[in-house]
Design a protein. Structure first.
Length: 304
């Protein structure tokens, strides 16, 4: 198979042996794979792959067809079109994934849309509902809302009946088309913090009583000075997490929730995956540079 390989902080396309599925695993021929911030961090040497994932092939999500089954697979068959949450390896023509980390791809999605679906919607759903307990009627603020997780989070908030505000530099029309407004003001019950740095301190001034902040990104920095008095007066809570390094069973629960709560929204057209641009696998380094340049709305996706 051909794969995007990390070499000296860049991506090079090389031939690698085809992977073989282990017990409970699927072998997937990748049709499309989204690019995420974690992939750029891995390329830069700041985010090593977890055990069991290819150490030098990034890619945390993909869409494609099942071409072989490991022993014990029960829920999929060869030929099934799937989306998958990966520990790495998605930026290649073939990848293995445990069947409990895969779902049948939404029929309404193109390959590119499906390829950019799993990581961002799994991350956003876990943050908003498992961690923050977002409920209908609450106010949700999404910072850095133009990125993949941000666009996913605001759509999930709208679908859940929350009043959603997007904080980003993009024009208001694109957010309004997804059901969110861009007039930041007042207090919020949940803040999905995708930027980090000093914005976390600013979040405290926007927190309603009983409010929850979930920190998912730190592009603006990993350190911040907080006024704890503000947090205490709001009886607020700050949480954070990553998905990639979780154990198989923990990630399987996240995928199960996405299958139960998010896929039906996709099938009914209630959520979308805006794809800013697609790149061929040979253009992987160019795609990563475009991601690092910023300014995108939604996803950049590699297509095989």
């Amino acid at each position: 198979m051909r794969a995007a390989i990390i070499a000296d902080g860049r991506l090079e396309i090389e031939d690698r042996p085809d992977p073989e599925p282990d017990n409970g695993e699927l072998l997937v021929r990748v049709r499309a794979a989204g690019i995420n911030g974690a992939d750029l961090a891995q390329r830069a040497g700041r985010y090593p792959a977890p055990p069991g994932a290819p150490p030098d092939i990034p890619g945390l999500e993909c869409a494609g067809e099942v071409v072989a089954l490991g022993e014990g697979v029960r829920d999929f068959a060869v030929g099934d079109r799937v989306v998958a949450l990966l520990g790495g390896g998605g930026h290649a023509e073939l990848v293995t994934v445990h069947e409990r980390h895969a779902l049948r791809a939404p029929a309404a999605f193109s390959d590119a849309e499906a390829g950019g679906f799993m990581e961002v919607f799994a991350t956003a759903h876990d943050a908003l509902f498992t961690q923050a307990g977002l409920a209908a009627g609450e106010r949700l603020l999404v910072t850095g809302a133009a990125g993949g997780v941000g666009v996913a989070g605001l759509q999930l908030g709208v679908a859940a009946g929350a009043r959603v505000t997007a904080l980003a530099r993009h024009s208001a029309e694109r957010f309004e088309a997804l059901g969110a407004d861009t007039s930041v003001g007042g207090e919020y019950d949940v803040i999905l913090e995708l930027v980090g740095g000093d914005l976390v301190a600013d979040d405290l001034g926007r927190l309603a009583v009983g409010g929850r902040i979930v920190v998912i990104g730190m592009g603006a920095g990993s350190r911040v000075t907080l006024e704890l008095g503000r947090l205490m007066r709001a009886r607020g809570r700050i949480s954070s997490s990553t998905l990639r390094a979780r154990r198989l069973e923990e990630k399987a629960l996240v995928v199960q929730r996405v299958g139960r709560h998010v896929l039906p929204l996709a099938e009914r057209g209630r959520i979308t995956v805006p794809v800013e641009r697609t790149f061929a696998l040979d253009e992987a380094e160019e795609a990563y540079q475009a991601f690092a340049a910023g300014g995108k709305f939604g996803k950049l996706v590699l297509t095989m």
